[in-house]
Design a protein around this ligand. Structure first.
Ligand code: FES
Length: 145
């Protein structure tokens, strides 16, 4: 059911933990499954994501997608990080079963929420970034469980 990459990131998550005094922290959840994901970003003066950590209280796919998402944004610019969509995360993991797609959305939203927090703390606007939802289940009414 799961690709080898998903299993690998689930069993050996990369960048798990937290960053003290992070530049931006984002927490998102899904009220339907009850899973929560938190992302910490350390962004330098040039807008490069120097470090990223995550904490996920959720299913295996949520752990795997957060782990992969951190790998995809580390060392990137803010704009590049914005392009790390849930699709990109899923592709990097060689796919997810349809009922687990929302787990990858949690990863995308967590990154956006952390970037939003960073922008607010610094009084800047990040082009293309919209205010993230804190509960992603609002937008998946049609999905079946
Ligand atoms: Fe909800 Fe995976 S089952 S995040």
């Amino acid at each position: 059911m799961y690709s080898e990459k998903v299993m690998d990131h689930f069993k050996n998550p990369r960048n798990m933990g937290e960053i003290e005094n992070a530049s931006g922290v984002g927490t998102v959840g899904n009220a339907k499954c009850g899973d929560i994901m938190r992302m910490f970003l350390d962004i330098d003066d040039n807008g490069i994501i120097q470090d990223v950590k995550f904490k996920t209280f959720g299913c295996g796919a949520a752990v795997a997608t957060s782990s992969m998402a951190t790998e995809l944004v580390k060392g990137k610019t803010i704009q590049e990080a914005l392009e790390v969509t849930n699709k990109a995360v899923m592709e990097a993991l060689d796919g997810l079963p349809p009922v687990k797609v929302h787990c990858s959305l949690l990863a995308e939203e967590a990154i956006h929420a952390a970037l939003w927090d960073y922008a607010e703390k610094n009084g800047i606007k990040i082009d293309g970034l919209e205010k993230p939802k804190s509960d992603i289940s609002e937008e998946e009414e049609d999905e079946e469980y």
